[in-house]
Design a protein around this ligand. Sequence first.
Ligand code: SF4
Ligand code: SF4
Length: 169
Amino acid sequence: MNKQLDYKLLPILATKSEPDWKRFLAKNKKKLAEMDLQVHALHDKISERTDCLSCGNCCRSLGPRTTDKDVERIAKALRMKASDIISKYLMIDEDGDLVFQSMPCPFLGSDNYCAIYESRPKACREYPHTDRKRFYQIYNLSIKNAYTCPIVYEVMQEITMNPQPLKGN
Ligand code: SF4
Ligand code: SF4
């Protein structure tokens, strides 16, 4: 079993690898569009051996975009009014998105558990996105996420070092 990558090393490791990832994209646009099966298999394998509770880096550093539906769900879970959830925890950012007022996320515990796990925003559920269909569309986003998430870093390394185009995605 591979040892889990320490998220604190990612800024150094990803900075070193980013030029290779960009070169791979420039040379393999077509191949990448046929690689979903490989990317998803890697996502499953790497996620399975990754303990998010010993990391929590996304919840400490990335502000998930929060929708009205997310707010309603969180409000229901906390038995609060949606307007109170917004005034207490959320703000509009420069892109006009509703995000947490500050990071680390106010719902992240010191043990890295999420206090609203069952009701967390959709963006939190979908992170780190490496199981998404048409992965090539979020390749550049994944380069950014590789600076934060060990799962993404490992997926990027594997697909660019050992690409296996698989059809029938
Ligand atoms: S709501 Fe939960 S999963 Fe989402 S950032 Fe906060 S602690 Fe993490
Ligand atoms: S999704 Fe990635 S960044 Fe977030 S806790 Fe898990 S390993 Fe860490």
